[in-house]
Write a protein that binds this ligand. Structure first.
Ligand code: IDP
Ligand code: MG
Length: 141
């Protein structure tokens, strides 16, 4: 059994898609084992997305992810990482397949509704950000 980190991003929370996204996650066979609504601080966001620090869209990405509430969740299932990434669809919603979360709920490439971990190592690191005793981000609504 594998776990992965899911974030419902500020655009999707503002647009009221939280429940619809979670229905799709559950009907895909994944289990939502932890969930909380929180805000990312700028410091957390810059660290969370540090692999993109040199990209031209980095500041936009950080500004966006801290612009509103997010729902942070741990999903569990067989091949949860790959399975949830395929449910999310392509990063750019214009390229996402029909029925995927980004096709259904994303506004644009930068406001693309959901985040999902991309490897076992990153899933562990990302889950620790939000759901451990020494978690870095513990602010809740
Ligand atoms: P992923 O979320 O599908 O794993 P990554 O390449 O890890 O995609 O990029 C992280 C996030 O950065 C994306 O989800 C998206 O919100 C944003 N992003 C990626 N590429 C661009 C871009 O070219 N312009 C603006 N934002 C981007
Ligand atoms: Mg990524």
């Amino acid at each position: 059994m594998e776990t992965t980190l899911c974030i419902i991003k500020p655009d999707a929370v503002k647009n009221g898609f939280e429940d619809k996204i979670n229905e799709k996650i559950i009907s895909s066979g994944l289990k939502i084992i932890k969930s909380k609504k929180t805000f990312l601080t700028e410091e957390i966001a810059r660290d969370f997305y540090k692999e993109h620090a040199s990209k031209p869209f980095f500041n936009e990405l950080v500004e966006f992810i801290i612009s509103g509430e997010v729902v942070v969740q741990v999903l569990e299932g067989d091949n949860a990482i790959k399975s949830y990434r395929s449910l999310m669809g392509a990063t750019n919603p214009d390229e996402a397949e029909e029925g995927t979360l980004r096709k259904l709920f994303a506004e644009s490439l930068s406001k693309n509704a959901v985040h999902g971990s991309d490897s076992i190592d990153n899933a562990k690191i990302e889950i620790d950000y939000f759901f451990q005793e020494n978690e870095i981000c513990s602010r809740t609504r």
